[in-house]
Design a protein around this ligand. Structure first.
Ligand code: PLP
Length: 408
Protein backbone atom coordinates (compact mmCIF):
# COMPACT_ATOMS: atom_id res chain seq x y z
CA UNK A 1 0.00 0.00 0.00
CA UNK A 2 1.37 3.36 -0.97
CA UNK A 3 0.73 6.06 1.59
CA UNK A 4 0.34 9.62 0.35
CA UNK A 5 2.33 12.54 1.64
CA UNK A 6 -0.29 13.76 4.10
CA UNK A 7 1.06 17.29 4.00
CA UNK A 8 -0.49 17.67 0.57
CA UNK A 9 -3.90 17.04 2.11
CA UNK A 10 -3.51 20.10 4.31
CA UNK A 11 -3.27 22.45 1.32
CA UNK A 12 -6.40 24.49 0.66
CA UNK A 13 -8.23 23.11 -2.35
CA UNK A 14 -9.30 26.37 -3.80
CA UNK A 15 -6.96 27.96 -6.25
CA UNK A 16 -7.39 31.73 -6.40
CA UNK A 17 -7.44 32.17 -10.17
CA UNK A 18 -9.77 29.20 -10.67
CA UNK A 19 -12.23 30.76 -8.20
CA UNK A 20 -12.02 34.07 -10.03
CA UNK A 21 -12.59 32.36 -13.40
CA UNK A 22 -15.64 30.54 -12.02
CA UNK A 23 -17.21 33.78 -10.84
CA UNK A 24 -16.44 35.51 -14.14
CA UNK A 25 -18.05 32.61 -16.04
CA UNK A 26 -21.16 32.79 -13.87
CA UNK A 27 -21.36 36.50 -14.69
CA UNK A 28 -20.97 35.85 -18.43
CA UNK A 29 -23.80 33.28 -18.39
CA UNK A 30 -26.20 35.70 -16.74
CA UNK A 31 -25.00 38.70 -18.81
CA UNK A 32 -24.37 37.29 -22.30
CA UNK A 33 -24.17 40.74 -23.91
CA UNK A 34 -21.58 42.13 -21.50
CA UNK A 35 -17.92 41.96 -22.38
CA UNK A 36 -15.92 42.08 -19.14
CA UNK A 37 -12.35 43.38 -19.33
CA UNK A 38 -9.79 41.57 -17.24
CA UNK A 39 -7.34 43.57 -15.16
CA UNK A 40 -6.74 40.37 -13.25
CA UNK A 41 -4.27 38.66 -15.57
CA UNK A 42 -0.86 37.88 -14.12
CA UNK A 43 0.55 36.92 -17.50
CA UNK A 44 2.20 39.08 -20.12
CA UNK A 45 0.34 39.65 -23.39
CA UNK A 46 2.80 41.33 -25.80
CA UNK A 47 4.57 38.98 -28.24
CA UNK A 48 8.26 38.15 -27.88
CA UNK A 49 10.52 40.86 -29.24
CA UNK A 50 12.32 40.44 -32.56
CA UNK A 51 15.83 40.04 -31.11
CA UNK A 52 14.57 37.08 -29.07
CA UNK A 53 12.67 35.30 -31.84
CA UNK A 54 15.58 35.79 -34.22
CA UNK A 55 17.92 34.10 -31.72
CA UNK A 56 15.42 31.27 -31.27
CA UNK A 57 15.09 30.70 -35.04
CA UNK A 58 18.85 30.61 -35.33
CA UNK A 59 19.10 28.12 -32.45
CA UNK A 60 16.48 25.88 -34.06
CA UNK A 61 18.38 25.92 -37.35
CA UNK A 62 21.60 25.00 -35.53
CA UNK A 63 19.84 22.07 -33.92
CA UNK A 64 18.96 20.83 -37.42
CA UNK A 65 22.62 20.47 -38.39
CA UNK A 66 25.06 17.73 -37.49
CA UNK A 67 27.57 20.17 -36.02
CA UNK A 68 25.07 22.46 -34.33
CA UNK A 69 22.92 19.83 -32.67
CA UNK A 70 22.93 19.88 -28.85
CA UNK A 71 21.68 17.21 -26.53
CA UNK A 72 21.87 17.49 -22.76
CA UNK A 73 23.46 20.76 -21.81
CA UNK A 74 25.24 21.63 -18.56
CA UNK A 75 22.80 21.27 -15.61
CA UNK A 76 23.77 24.74 -14.43
CA UNK A 77 23.13 26.38 -17.80
CA UNK A 78 25.31 27.20 -20.80
CA UNK A 79 28.36 29.33 -20.09
CA UNK A 80 27.35 31.89 -22.77
CA UNK A 81 24.21 32.73 -20.78
CA UNK A 82 25.75 32.66 -17.31
CA UNK A 83 28.53 34.97 -18.51
CA UNK A 84 25.99 37.35 -20.07
CA UNK A 85 24.04 37.40 -16.77
CA UNK A 86 27.12 38.19 -14.69
CA UNK A 87 28.20 40.88 -17.14
CA UNK A 88 24.82 42.58 -17.70
CA UNK A 89 22.70 42.08 -14.60
CA UNK A 90 25.35 42.48 -11.90
CA UNK A 91 28.63 44.07 -13.04
CA UNK A 92 27.01 47.43 -13.94
CA UNK A 93 25.76 47.61 -10.33
CA UNK A 94 29.23 46.89 -8.96
CA UNK A 95 28.34 43.31 -8.02
CA UNK A 96 30.86 40.60 -8.90
CA UNK A 97 29.82 37.01 -9.42
CA UNK A 98 31.47 34.05 -11.05
CA UNK A 99 29.39 32.09 -13.56
CA UNK A 100 29.52 29.17 -11.09
CA UNK A 101 27.30 31.20 -8.77
CA UNK A 102 24.54 31.43 -11.40
CA UNK A 103 22.11 28.53 -11.97
CA UNK A 104 19.97 28.83 -15.10
CA UNK A 105 16.50 27.30 -14.71
CA UNK A 106 13.18 26.90 -16.48
CA UNK A 107 11.63 29.84 -14.65
CA UNK A 108 11.63 31.24 -11.15
CA UNK A 109 8.62 29.28 -9.97
CA UNK A 110 10.56 26.01 -10.02
CA UNK A 111 13.45 27.29 -7.95
CA UNK A 112 11.45 29.44 -5.52
CA UNK A 113 9.49 26.26 -4.85
CA UNK A 114 12.46 23.85 -4.80
CA UNK A 115 15.02 25.86 -2.86
CA UNK A 116 13.49 24.87 0.49
CA UNK A 117 14.83 21.33 -0.08
CA UNK A 118 18.24 22.60 1.03
CA UNK A 119 17.15 23.24 4.60
CA UNK A 120 15.81 20.97 7.32
CA UNK A 121 12.08 20.44 7.71
CA UNK A 122 12.01 22.07 11.16
CA UNK A 123 13.36 25.51 10.22
CA UNK A 124 11.02 28.40 10.94
CA UNK A 125 9.92 30.49 7.98
CA UNK A 126 8.74 34.07 7.72
CA UNK A 127 6.87 35.55 4.77
CA UNK A 128 5.62 38.97 3.82
CA UNK A 129 1.85 38.92 3.75
CA UNK A 130 0.15 39.15 1.18
CA UNK A 131 2.43 36.89 -0.82
CA UNK A 132 3.07 34.90 -4.02
CA UNK A 133 1.56 31.56 -2.90
CA UNK A 134 4.46 29.35 -4.11
CA UNK A 135 6.71 30.15 -1.13
CA UNK A 136 4.29 28.93 1.54
CA UNK A 137 2.71 26.08 -0.42
CA UNK A 138 6.09 24.54 -1.28
CA UNK A 139 6.99 24.56 2.42
CA UNK A 140 3.57 23.20 3.37
CA UNK A 141 4.06 20.24 1.01
CA UNK A 142 6.95 18.91 3.09
CA UNK A 143 5.35 19.76 6.44
CA UNK A 144 7.41 22.82 7.32
CA UNK A 145 4.40 25.15 7.41
CA UNK A 146 2.59 23.15 10.10
CA UNK A 147 -1.20 23.03 10.15
CA UNK A 148 -3.68 25.33 8.41
CA UNK A 149 -6.09 27.05 10.83
CA UNK A 150 -8.34 29.99 9.93
CA UNK A 151 -6.40 30.76 6.78
CA UNK A 152 -3.00 30.72 8.53
CA UNK A 153 -0.28 28.11 8.81
CA UNK A 154 0.77 27.40 12.38
CA UNK A 155 4.55 27.41 11.72
CA UNK A 156 4.69 30.41 9.42
CA UNK A 157 5.51 33.88 10.71
CA UNK A 158 3.26 36.25 8.73
CA UNK A 159 4.70 39.73 8.40
CA UNK A 160 1.79 42.00 7.45
CA UNK A 161 2.38 44.47 4.61
CA UNK A 162 -0.24 47.18 4.66
CA UNK A 163 -0.66 50.84 3.81
CA UNK A 164 0.26 51.63 7.45
CA UNK A 165 3.81 50.26 7.12
CA UNK A 166 4.30 51.21 3.47
CA UNK A 167 4.12 47.51 2.53
CA UNK A 168 7.54 46.83 4.05
CA UNK A 169 7.22 44.95 7.33
CA UNK A 170 9.26 45.51 10.47
CA UNK A 171 11.93 42.85 10.98
CA UNK A 172 10.46 40.18 13.28
CA UNK A 173 11.04 40.45 17.01
CA UNK A 174 12.09 36.85 17.31
CA UNK A 175 14.63 34.91 15.28
CA UNK A 176 13.33 33.31 12.11
CA UNK A 177 15.52 30.84 10.21
CA UNK A 178 14.34 31.65 6.71
CA UNK A 179 12.71 34.78 5.30
CA UNK A 180 11.08 35.15 1.88
CA UNK A 181 11.08 38.63 0.38
CA UNK A 182 9.78 39.72 -3.04
CA UNK A 183 10.45 43.25 -4.29
CA UNK A 184 9.08 44.81 -6.46
CA UNK A 185 6.23 42.91 -4.90
CA UNK A 186 3.59 40.69 -6.35
CA UNK A 187 0.74 41.34 -5.50
CA UNK A 188 1.10 44.84 -4.00
CA UNK A 189 3.30 46.38 -6.73
CA UNK A 190 5.30 48.18 -4.04
CA UNK A 191 9.08 48.32 -3.61
CA UNK A 192 11.70 48.44 -0.88
CA UNK A 193 14.31 51.20 -0.48
CA UNK A 194 18.01 50.49 -0.07
CA UNK A 195 17.82 51.44 3.60
CA UNK A 196 14.81 49.20 4.08
CA UNK A 197 16.58 46.28 2.45
CA UNK A 198 19.73 46.96 4.49
CA UNK A 199 17.71 46.40 7.67
CA UNK A 200 16.78 42.95 6.42
CA UNK A 201 20.32 42.03 5.47
CA UNK A 202 21.58 43.25 8.86
CA UNK A 203 18.86 41.26 10.61
CA UNK A 204 19.92 38.17 8.64
CA UNK A 205 23.60 38.68 9.45
CA UNK A 206 22.86 39.15 13.16
CA UNK A 207 20.44 36.25 13.45
CA UNK A 208 22.05 33.80 11.04
CA UNK A 209 18.90 33.92 8.93
CA UNK A 210 18.73 32.89 5.30
CA UNK A 211 16.88 35.23 2.90
CA UNK A 212 15.22 33.97 -0.28
CA UNK A 213 14.86 37.10 -2.41
CA UNK A 214 12.54 37.06 -5.43
CA UNK A 215 13.53 39.74 -7.92
CA UNK A 216 11.20 38.60 -10.74
CA UNK A 217 10.00 42.19 -11.34
CA UNK A 218 13.28 44.10 -11.03
CA UNK A 219 13.16 45.11 -14.71
CA UNK A 220 10.07 47.23 -13.98
CA UNK A 221 11.91 49.52 -11.55
CA UNK A 222 11.85 53.11 -12.83
CA UNK A 223 13.15 54.99 -9.79
CA UNK A 224 16.98 54.92 -9.89
CA UNK A 225 17.21 54.74 -6.07
CA UNK A 226 15.33 51.45 -5.75
CA UNK A 227 17.60 48.38 -5.50
CA UNK A 228 17.34 45.82 -8.31
CA UNK A 229 19.17 43.12 -6.39
CA UNK A 230 19.67 42.32 -2.72
CA UNK A 231 23.39 42.05 -3.48
CA UNK A 232 23.49 45.83 -3.80
CA UNK A 233 23.52 45.66 0.01
CA UNK A 234 26.84 44.93 1.69
CA UNK A 235 26.96 41.54 3.38
CA UNK A 236 24.03 40.10 1.39
CA UNK A 237 26.23 37.50 -0.33
CA UNK A 238 26.60 35.77 3.03
CA UNK A 239 22.88 35.44 3.69
CA UNK A 240 20.83 35.66 0.48
CA UNK A 241 19.82 33.55 -2.48
CA UNK A 242 18.16 35.53 -5.29
CA UNK A 243 15.71 34.50 -8.02
CA UNK A 244 15.38 36.10 -11.44
CA UNK A 245 13.08 35.36 -14.33
CA UNK A 246 12.79 36.37 -17.98
CA UNK A 247 9.03 35.78 -17.73
CA UNK A 248 7.91 39.27 -16.80
CA UNK A 249 11.12 40.95 -18.01
CA UNK A 250 10.97 39.73 -21.61
CA UNK A 251 7.66 37.91 -21.99
CA UNK A 252 9.11 34.42 -21.43
CA UNK A 253 6.12 32.98 -19.56
CA UNK A 254 5.71 30.47 -22.41
CA UNK A 255 9.41 30.15 -23.33
CA UNK A 256 10.58 29.28 -19.78
CA UNK A 257 13.90 30.60 -18.56
CA UNK A 258 15.17 32.22 -15.39
CA UNK A 259 18.09 31.89 -13.02
CA UNK A 260 19.01 31.62 -9.37
CA UNK A 261 22.04 33.21 -7.75
CA UNK A 262 23.63 31.12 -5.01
CA UNK A 263 26.78 32.97 -3.91
CA UNK A 264 29.83 30.99 -2.83
CA UNK A 265 29.70 32.74 0.56
CA UNK A 266 26.17 31.74 1.51
CA UNK A 267 26.14 28.92 4.06
CA UNK A 268 23.84 27.17 6.50
CA UNK A 269 24.72 25.23 9.59
CA UNK A 270 24.92 21.46 9.97
CA UNK A 271 23.80 19.99 13.31
CA UNK A 272 27.43 19.63 14.39
CA UNK A 273 27.96 23.34 13.76
CA UNK A 274 29.88 22.94 10.51
CA UNK A 275 29.04 25.61 7.90
CA UNK A 276 27.90 24.11 4.62
CA UNK A 277 28.10 25.89 1.25
CA UNK A 278 24.64 26.15 -0.24
CA UNK A 279 26.18 26.73 -3.66
CA UNK A 280 27.62 23.19 -3.52
CA UNK A 281 24.38 21.71 -2.19
CA UNK A 282 22.30 23.40 -4.83
CA UNK A 283 24.70 22.26 -7.55
CA UNK A 284 24.40 18.71 -6.23
CA UNK A 285 20.62 18.97 -6.11
CA UNK A 286 20.32 20.36 -9.63
CA UNK A 287 22.62 17.70 -11.08
CA UNK A 288 20.34 15.03 -9.64
CA UNK A 289 16.92 16.51 -10.32
CA UNK A 290 17.30 18.91 -13.25
CA UNK A 291 18.63 18.37 -16.75
CA UNK A 292 18.81 21.96 -17.84
CA UNK A 293 16.69 24.44 -19.76
CA UNK A 294 16.42 24.01 -23.50
CA UNK A 295 19.28 25.39 -25.59
CA UNK A 296 16.74 27.40 -27.59
CA UNK A 297 15.35 29.09 -24.47
CA UNK A 298 18.85 29.90 -23.25
CA UNK A 299 19.81 31.46 -26.59
CA UNK A 300 16.56 33.45 -26.36
CA UNK A 301 17.50 34.67 -22.87
CA UNK A 302 20.98 35.59 -24.07
CA UNK A 303 19.42 37.73 -26.82
CA UNK A 304 17.72 39.96 -24.22
CA UNK A 305 21.22 41.30 -23.45
CA UNK A 306 22.14 42.34 -27.00
CA UNK A 307 21.77 46.09 -27.71
CA UNK A 308 18.59 45.49 -29.78
CA UNK A 309 17.30 42.99 -27.23
CA UNK A 310 17.76 45.45 -24.39
CA UNK A 311 16.01 48.21 -26.32
CA UNK A 312 13.08 46.01 -27.38
CA UNK A 313 12.59 44.58 -23.89
CA UNK A 314 12.54 48.12 -22.50
CA UNK A 315 9.84 49.07 -25.01
CA UNK A 316 7.53 46.27 -23.83
CA UNK A 317 8.06 47.21 -20.20
CA UNK A 318 7.36 50.86 -21.02
CA UNK A 319 4.12 49.76 -22.70
CA UNK A 320 2.93 47.96 -19.58
CA UNK A 321 4.09 50.78 -17.34
CA UNK A 322 1.93 53.19 -19.39
CA UNK A 323 -1.04 51.05 -18.39
CA UNK A 324 0.08 51.04 -14.77
CA UNK A 325 0.24 54.84 -14.83
CA UNK A 326 -3.22 55.07 -16.43
CA UNK A 327 -4.71 52.77 -13.79
CA UNK A 328 -2.99 54.47 -10.89
CA UNK A 329 -3.80 58.04 -11.89
CA UNK A 330 -7.41 57.26 -12.86
CA UNK A 331 -8.18 55.52 -9.58
CA UNK A 332 -6.43 58.22 -7.56
CA UNK A 333 -8.43 60.90 -9.39
CA UNK A 334 -11.60 59.06 -8.31
CA UNK A 335 -10.51 59.52 -4.71
CA UNK A 336 -9.46 55.90 -4.19
CA UNK A 337 -6.36 54.85 -2.25
CA UNK A 338 -3.90 53.23 -4.64
CA UNK A 339 -0.43 51.79 -4.06
CA UNK A 340 2.28 50.30 -6.25
CA UNK A 341 2.23 50.61 -10.02
CA UNK A 342 5.23 52.97 -10.14
CA UNK A 343 8.01 50.37 -10.27
CA UNK A 344 5.91 47.27 -10.90
CA UNK A 345 3.11 46.17 -13.24
CA UNK A 346 0.65 45.82 -10.35
CA UNK A 347 -1.63 48.38 -8.71
CA UNK A 348 -2.93 47.57 -5.24
CA UNK A 349 -6.23 49.25 -4.50
CA UNK A 350 -7.63 49.72 -1.02
CA UNK A 351 -11.28 48.77 -1.06
CA UNK A 352 -13.31 51.79 0.08
CA UNK A 353 -15.60 51.65 3.11
CA UNK A 354 -13.93 48.58 4.57
CA UNK A 355 -15.77 46.24 2.22
CA UNK A 356 -14.29 42.72 1.87
CA UNK A 357 -12.12 42.10 -1.17
CA UNK A 358 -14.33 39.34 -2.64
CA UNK A 359 -17.44 41.57 -2.22
CA UNK A 360 -15.66 44.44 -3.98
CA UNK A 361 -14.44 42.10 -6.74
CA UNK A 362 -18.08 41.09 -7.39
CA UNK A 363 -19.40 44.63 -7.37
CA UNK A 364 -16.70 45.74 -9.80
CA UNK A 365 -17.53 42.79 -12.06
CA UNK A 366 -21.31 43.26 -11.97
CA UNK A 367 -21.40 47.07 -12.04
CA UNK A 368 -18.38 48.03 -14.14
CA UNK A 369 -17.73 44.75 -16.01
CA UNK A 370 -14.08 44.88 -14.98
CA UNK A 371 -12.24 41.92 -13.45
CA UNK A 372 -9.69 42.35 -10.66
CA UNK A 373 -8.08 39.87 -8.25
CA UNK A 374 -9.26 39.86 -4.62
CA UNK A 375 -6.35 40.62 -2.29
CA UNK A 376 -7.57 38.11 0.30
CA UNK A 377 -6.48 35.37 -2.11
CA UNK A 378 -2.84 36.32 -1.48
CA UNK A 379 -2.97 36.03 2.30
CA UNK A 380 -4.71 37.38 5.41
CA UNK A 381 -3.29 40.91 5.07
CA UNK A 382 -4.56 41.11 1.48
CA UNK A 383 -8.12 41.34 2.80
CA UNK A 384 -9.51 44.79 2.09
CA UNK A 385 -7.46 45.23 -1.10
CA UNK A 386 -7.68 44.14 -4.74
CA UNK A 387 -4.93 43.78 -7.35
CA UNK A 388 -5.13 45.30 -10.83
CA UNK A 389 -2.56 44.38 -13.44
CA UNK A 390 -1.02 46.39 -16.26
CA UNK A 391 -0.53 43.42 -18.61
CA UNK A 392 -3.44 44.18 -20.96
CA UNK A 393 -3.60 46.32 -24.11
CA UNK A 394 -3.74 50.13 -23.93
CA UNK A 395 -7.22 50.01 -25.49
CA UNK A 396 -8.62 47.58 -22.92
CA UNK A 397 -6.99 49.49 -20.11
CA UNK A 398 -8.48 52.81 -21.26
CA UNK A 399 -11.93 51.24 -21.71
CA UNK A 400 -11.73 49.62 -18.25
CA UNK A 401 -10.87 53.02 -16.74
CA UNK A 402 -13.89 54.60 -18.50
CA UNK A 403 -16.12 51.94 -17.00
CA UNK A 404 -14.67 52.41 -13.52
CA UNK A 405 -15.12 56.19 -13.80
CA UNK A 406 -18.80 55.76 -14.66
CA UNK A 407 -19.29 53.24 -11.85
CA UNK A 408 -17.47 55.06 -9.03
C1 PLP B 1 5.61 35.51 -12.25
C2 PLP B 1 6.41 35.36 -11.02
C3 PLP B 1 7.56 34.60 -11.01
C4 PLP B 1 8.12 34.00 -12.27
O1 PLP B 1 7.68 32.78 -12.58
P1 PLP B 1 8.32 31.99 -13.81
O2 PLP B 1 8.30 30.57 -13.34
O3 PLP B 1 9.71 32.49 -14.02
O4 PLP B 1 7.44 32.23 -14.98
C5 PLP B 1 8.31 34.51 -9.85
N1 PLP B 1 7.93 35.15 -8.75
C6 PLP B 1 6.84 35.93 -8.72
C7 PLP B 1 6.51 36.66 -7.49
C8 PLP B 1 6.03 36.04 -9.85
O5 PLP B 1 4.94 36.80 -9.81
Amino acid sequence: MALVNEHFLKLPNNYLFADVAKKVNAFKVSHPAANPISLGIGDVTLPLCHAVTEAMHKAVDEMATKDGFRGYGPEQGYMFLREAIVKNDFLPRGIHFEPSEIFVNDGAKSDTGNIQELVRWDNSIGVTDPIYPVYIDSNAMIGRAGEMKDGRWSNVVYMPCTAENGFVPQVPERRVDIIYLCYPNNPTGTTISKDGLREWVDYALQNDTLIFYDAAYEAYIQNPDIPHSIYEIKGAKKVAIEFHSYSKTAGFTGVRCGYTVVPKEVTASALDGRRVSLNQLWYRRQCTKFNGTSYISQRAAEATYSPEGKRQVKESIAYYMDNARTIRTTLASLGLDVFGGEDAPYVWLKVPDGEGSWRFFESMLYNAHVVCTPGAGFGPSGEGYVRLTAFGTHEDCAEAMDRLRKWV
